[in-house]
Design a protein around this ligand. Structure first.
Ligand code: ADP
Length: 159
């Protein structure tokens, strides 16, 4: 059984994240999408909301599980019996931080490999941060996020 962890804040999940989940699922029997609590990042959506969006949009994909995550990513991976961490790489700007994280995680736990997947070109400019910015300013985000997220933006931001 090949199992991978795809960690992130997912505040909120975007079509870019979904693209990475689907690609990862082709390589692994099971993909656990691990949603970090990340209070320091002051998320717009609560942990429960972020988990619910992901459950709704990945509900139809067999072998994809959604789980909250606290503590060290490598500890979570070992506990879940996963040998790989999947991260998305959009552009060179992602590289430095991701490279540092991957090597630090390897130092902490040498049995867990980090793998990078590139999304479809259309999603390379997409991030949760930019989507939130557009939504806050009243822009239309339906091309970038699943319908349940569009609806939730509408309610939360009273658009
Ligand atoms: P974090 O808070 O850990 O950066 P994010 O939820 O922003 O978490 O992203 C989780 C992972 O998904 C990261 O590896 C990030 O690079 C990747 N990712 C985010 N948006 C996209 C996208 N549009 N295409 C590909 N990968 C993406």
């Amino acid at each position: 059984m090949r199992r991978a962890i795809y960690p992130g804040s997912f505040d909120p999940v975007t079509n870019g994240h979904l693209d990475v989940i689907e690609r990862a699922r082709k390589l692994f029997d099971e993909v656990i999408v691990a949603v970090a609590q990340n209070d320091q990042k002051r998320p717009l959506f609560s942990l429960e909301e972020r988990l619910d969006f992901l459950r709704e949009v990945t509900g139809g994909i067999e072998g994809v599980m959604i789980a909250p995550m606290r503590g060290l990513l490598v500890d979570f991976a070992v506990k879940q019996n996963a040998r790989a961490i999947v991260r998305g790489l959009r552009a060179v700007s992602d590289f430095e931080f991701e490279f540092q994280m991957a090597l630090m995680n390897r130092k902490l736990e040498s049995e867990v490999e980090t793998m990078f997947l590139m999304p479809k070109e259309d999603y390379t400019y997409l991030s949760s941060r930019i989507v939130k910015e557009i939504a806050r300013l009243g822009g239309d985000v339906h091309e970038f996020v699943p319908p349940c997220v569009v609806e939730s933006f509408r309610k939360k931001l009273k658009l």
